[in-house]
Design a protein around this ligand. Structure first.
Ligand code: ZN
Length: 244
């Protein structure tokens, strides 16, 4: 099977549409969404409905949980809080009900899928160091674990001899690394934070054991204009063009 894996769309419809269009050219069997479909952007309902219609697996993200009051926003920064309040008021009842049913974690073929961390996914921890990655490798058994949450694409390799390192390329083949396992952050469709404003997602091809990042240009001006209209904080609007 060949999978497209998207995450952290954050109600950015222009980004999601551009990514789906790119995916349509990639000959994939299924699309997987690792969560945070809503929060920050101006189109939570449209994004959720599109994800629902296109994805075979959809996981719950922390912003999704906060938008339906399953998670308190006490640990959110002020900008995220404002966005969640607006999102919560804007989401249709049936879309809230849909979000409330989403799982935190899933296993599919050779992949473990989770929004935040394989260890206690309901705690919304972040993997921002090799130490945290090493710890999390203990909590999945599959060859590959795909995560989102930090909005920063990264591939961490655990070799059979226990050597742990960050892979320095945007493509990796498991077939070249016998016995290795991978922890991969697929990056963010709707709010990339790795100083690259283009939408980010990944393709995992089980036949070849290859994971590849793809970056996609979208109409940032249009997204920003919509966010302005609904009075989202400037910080959230400006960060899109800088990819931070
Ligand atoms: Zn997110």
């Amino acid at each position: 099977m060949r999978f497209a894996v998207i995450s952290d769309i954050h109600a950015n419809l222009e980004a999601l549409e551009a990514v789906l269009e790119d995916i349509d050219d990639q000959n994939v069997d299924e699309i997987i969404c690792l969560g945070d479909v809503v929060g920050y952007g101006a189109n939570p309902n449209e994004c959720l409905e599109l994800v629902k219609s296109r994805c075979s697996v959809i996981l719950l993200g922390n912003h999704d949980a906060a938008a339906i009051e399953m998670l308190s926003t006490q640990h959110f920064n002020i900008h995220a809080k404002i966005a969640i309040e607006w999102t919560s008021q804007s989401l249709k009842k049936e879309n809230k009900a849909f979000l409330s049913e989403l799982p935190l974690k899933s296993e599919k073929s050779s992949m473990t899928l989770v929004h935040a961390t394989p260890y206690e996914p309901n705690m919304w921890y972040y993997i921002t160091s090799l130490e945290e990655a090493a710890f999390n490798f203990q909590f999945f058994n599959s060859p590959v674990c795909l995560v989102g949450h930090t909005h920063i694409p990264i591939i961490i390799v655990l070799e059979e001899n226990k050597e742990l390192y960050v892979h320095q390329d945007t493509i990796i083949s498991l077939n070249d690394l016998s016995g290795a396992r991978l922890l991969i952050n697929v990056g963010s469709v709707g709010q990339p934070r790795d100083r690259n404003a283009k939408s980010c997602y990944g393709i995992f091809d089980e036949y070849t054991g290859t994971f590849t990042y793809r970056r996609v240009v979208y109409n940032i001006d249009k997204t920003q204009a919509k966010m302005k209209k609904i009075k989202m904080p400037d910080f959230l609007i400006n960060r899109l063009e800088d990819g931070r």
